[in-house]
Ligand binder design. Sequence first.
Ligand SMILES: O=C(O)c1cc(=O)[nH]c(=O)n1[C@@H]1O[C@H](COP(=O)(O)O)[C@@H](O)[C@H]1O
Length: 230
Amino acid sequence: MSQSNIIVALDYSDANAALAMAEQLDPTRCRLKVGKELFTISGPEIVRNLQQQGFDIFLDLKYHDIPNTVAKACAAAAELGVWMMNVHTLGGPAMMSAAREAIGSNHDAPLLIGVTLLTSMDQETFETIGLQGTIPETVLRLAVMAADNGLDGVVCSAHETAMLKAELGSQFQLVTPGIRPAGSAKGDQHRIMTPVQAIQAGSHYLVIGRPITGAADPMQKLIEIENELR
Ligand SMILES: O=C(O)c1cc(=O)[nH]c(=O)n1[C@@H]1O[C@H](COP(=O)(O)O)[C@@H](O)[C@H]1O
């Protein structure tokens, strides 16, 4: 198993492109995230394939459904032997505890992580969908709910990690996308931080997609980020 805290997002529309990217990366120096696009087109086979190459897989399907359905989906993901998986905290306490129960708590169970508010969400969208208050207080409320219902951690913006660490302690895993090394394009992300800022703020894992996968030399970019973090 890799010790790296960098998770490279393999957001590809076909298995061959994803495998070609994985071949350029070192499984001892990063983990990989398989999300909705790649999994929808390639199914569990791509996960097995990447695992055979030695990669730990974060299966990012953000389950959000009735408790029974989410529990069964989580059990199926655990069967695949993924290292990390996620559900949406907005699914509520019963859904999260059903997910926990479905995968158990043995040391070899995947890490079960709750998505709080997406890093693409800004205050305007937050209000448009009818949420009240502020983004940080909502993220905190959802993260406390996740912890109370047995989740191992949350996906959040690095802007919230210091607050969550103070409230929930350093064992609660903070997984942060929206990471942009200096000079990288922001794209559709709104709440971003550099890798160094995110780690200093208390992130356990950095999810990085396009800044690495879109680089001319992805492994070199990964090494540059590692060096910045030393
Ligand atoms: O759950 C996630 O991984 C996730 C949550 C979130 O709030 N924001 C977010 O960007 N992500 C994922 O993190 C990755 C970020 O990719 P880049 O923006 O290319 O670095 C994408 O695969 C997103 O699906």
